[in-house]
Design a protein around this ligand. Structure first.
Ligand SMILES: [Zn+2]
Length: 500
């Protein structure tokens, strides 16, 4: 029976965030070991859920080590990196021999001591296992794929959807290729190519016809014409990581036994297309004043369904601190009514709400604690509507079945706005972030989520209109030139003017 080592070690690192990503940050989202991993992931719409099913299907013994994931934030601390990577490395050394390794990664991890977290992890595993052990890795399509990752991994498979509703399919594709490798049917090897861009292919969005879907379709056509090309990954990259190799990339997995020796022309064709389309987007975020006008217009028009607003400059799913109050303050000032706002992460205000208790009215200084160039706290009078434990299971299409505990939360009502106040940061991509607090998002006129795109999978069907607002007040604003990148290769689009 083949023995396969499985692990997950994910992070999307926003190098502009002041929040270090330590073990506590992993524990707040997911940090599980050994037998707890299959118990938690079995039956979920995730890569690990697919690895578990694949092991049963192919008759593998899957050896679980660690499954670690943290909400995007600043660099992973050296201690956290060494602890988690070290756990995988030790298992590889001491619990072997193994026939292969399967890893769920993100692809945009930056640690304090190394810009290429995934490359460093696989390098450490190769140092133990040698060059021939098949290592299959899955990546988020916002991966910044480095040359080291492509050189060191046997198989790299990336998501093809944003919102990422194909996590399970991605895990299955990776496991299937490793199964064919173990059978001796294929001998995979990876290459990566990138252009002079840190941002393109519409950020990878797949909810409307546009550059990402067109590029994926083109990649499928090229793959069908090139026997032996096993997989082509189109990665949109993560522009808020200021590292040399940031940006969109094309990853090609080819079969050394049957594939073309040189996949450079395929990668070049796809990169040309990505370059040509680099300014095309399916969503144009509105600046705050235009966004507020659009909200007023949308609410004035009658219709079924909610008006849904994404506060995209402060998306915790890309490293936002979830305490920007620019949009919230504008809604309060405009006296917009019947609003559910999810969420503001403010541990001190949460503590005050818990101490005051449900029904109490209190003065708070909400959010805006990040300092620097960002807007300061809002001085408000609010009523605590409820205090509750933040435990729920994702029911939307993305990460369905995953159980999450976000800690105690409170609902604070200010005017006509019910604000979910939390003590930990999470992207609001599932209705559970409201329903755990007794708020039914479909019963509000306006629902605001701290998210850029993932919210569309679960909340989209409830909405009669969706508005994406970029207040500029946050670490995931699309005004990339404002961040002051210093380490990425230059010249690069859109930071520099480049000729077509
Ligand atoms: Zn992503």
């Amino acid at each position: 029976m083949p023995r396969i080592l499985a692990a997950a070690f994910k992070h999307e690192t926003n190098t502009f965030s002041p929040l270090p990503t330590d073990l506590a940050a992993y524990a707040a989202r997911c940090l599980r070991h050994g037998a707890d991993i299959p118990a938690y992931f079995r039956g979920t719409a995730t890569e690990m859920g697919a690895f578990i099913d694949a092991a049963e299907h192919y008759g593998w013994e899957l050896v679980h080590t660690v499954a670690a994931d943290a909400t995007p934030s600043g660099k992973v601390t050296r201690a956290a990196f060494d602890t988690i990577a070290g756990t995988i490395e030790t298992a590889l050394r001491e619990q072997g021999p193994f026939d292969a390794v399967l890893l769920c990664l993100h692809g945009a991890m930056v640690a304090e001591h190394v810009d290429d977290g995934e490359g460093e992890l696989v390098r450490r595993l190769r140092a133990v296992a040698g060059d021939r052990l098949p290592i299959g890795i899955t990546l988020d399509l916002h991966a910044n794929v480095t040359d080291a990752m492509a050189r060191l991994a046997s198989v790299i498979v990336s998501y093809r959807t944003y919102p990422h509703v194909d996590q399970y399919d991605t895990g299955k594709r990776c496991a299937d290729l490793i199964a064919r490798t173990l059978d001796g049917a294929v001998d995979p090897v990876c290459t990566v190519a990138r252009g002079a861009m840190i941002d393109a292919v519409d950020h990878g969005r797949t909810t409307a016809p546009g550059p990402m879907l067109e590029t994926l379709a083109h990649a499928d056509t090229l793959r069908a014409q090139a026997p032996g090309v096993l997989d082509i990954g189109i990665n949109a990259g993560f522009p808020w990581a200021d590292i040399e190799a940031a940006g969109p990339s094309v990853v090609i997995v080819r079969d050394r036994k049957a594939g073309p020796r040189d996949t450079t022309p395929i990668a070049a064709t796809l990169l040309e297309r990505i370059w040509r389309d680099r300014r095309r987007t399916t969503v144009q975020p509105l600046p705050l004043p235009a966004g507020m006008a659009a909200i007023r217009d949308a609410l004035a028009r009658p219709g079924d369904g909610i008006v849904l607003v994404a506060d995209c400059a402060d998306n915790p799913g890309g490293g936002g601190l979830e305490d920007s109050v620019a949009l919230l303050g504008a809604l309060i000032e405009a006296r917009v009514d019947t609003v559910a706002f999810g969420m503001i992460c403010d541990p001190a205000t949460l503590q005050a709400c818990v101490a005051a208790g449900a029904g109490a009215t209190l003065a708070v200084r909400l959010g805006g604690h990040s300092g620097g160039a960002f807007q300061g706290p809002l001085a408000l009078q609010g009523q605590v509507m409820s205090v509750q434990p933040g435990q729920f299971t994702f029911t939307g299409p993305m990460s369905r079945g995953i159980a999450l505990d976000i800690g105690t939360t409170a609902v604070l009502r200010v005017g006509g706005i019910d604000i979910v106040v939390a003590g930990t940061r999470h992207q609001v991509l599932d209705p559970g972030f409201f329903t755990h607090a007794g708020l039914d998002p479909t019963r509000y006129a306006l629902v605001v989520v701290k998210s850029s795109q993932h919210f569309r999978a679960a909340f989209g069907p409830m909405a009669r209109q969706i508005l994406v607002i970029d207040s500029g007040d946050g670490l995931t604003s699309f005004d990339l030139a404002a961040f002051g990148h210093t380490r990425v290769r230059r010249p690069v689009h859109p930071l520099d003017e480049l000729p077509d």
